[in-house]
Ligand binder design. Structure first.
Ligand SMILES: [Zn+2]
Length: 162
């Protein structure tokens, strides 16, 4: 189990955090290593768009983007034009994802990698898409955010059970 940085805020539920952490996956910007996405299912297990091979994160997933709004682009497709509202990495500014004002979020193919994450090291290593040379993964910040997301995820899971 990874070391929990802000133990003061979650002391009552250490056991629950351990269980829920296994279900969450942290992804990093492929270019600079900034953490950009936490999602409850591995990207390679999510469906992809046929047009550009982007991973589809539907609103049924529990996820959190650490991205800022980028430009809106008009992309030409075989079937016509489509609007993409881009999400960019907060550190290096490169586009990581887009949406179409509503509906799912699409993660560009190859824009993120699994790297080190809040889950066990053995599991995460298997899903690394490429070797990352960036060491600054800001684990403390990721953990803080992951904890908040874990609580939200657990709460919505509880609700759906009833
Ligand atoms: Zn970046």
């Amino acid at each position: 189990m990874p070391k929990i940085v802000s133990s003061s805020t979650i002391s009552a539920s250490a056991e629950f955090i351990t269980g829920a952490e296994k279900a969450l996956h942290v992804y990093y910007c492929h270019y600079c290593g900034e953490y950009v996405l936490i999602v409850d299912k591995r990207l390679h297990k999510l469906p992809r768009r046929r047009t550009d091979n982007a991973s589809i994160i539907s609103d049924k997933r529990t996820f959190k983007l650490n991205l800022k709004r980028g430009p809106t682009k008009i992309i030409k497709r075989a079937a016509g034009y489509e609007r993409q509202s881009r999400w960019s990495c907060p550190r290096c500014d490169l586009p990581v994802a887009y949406d179409q004002d509503s509906g799912p979020v699409y993660i560009f193919d190859g824009a993120v990698h699994g790297g080190t994450s809040a889950q066990g090291p053995d599991e995460s290593r298997r899903q690394v898409l490429g070797e990352s040379k960036v060491e600054d993964h800001r684990p403390a910040q990721v953990q803080m955010t992951a904890e908040q997301l874990l609580r939200e995820a657990e709460r919505s899971r509880e609700r759906s059970k009833r």
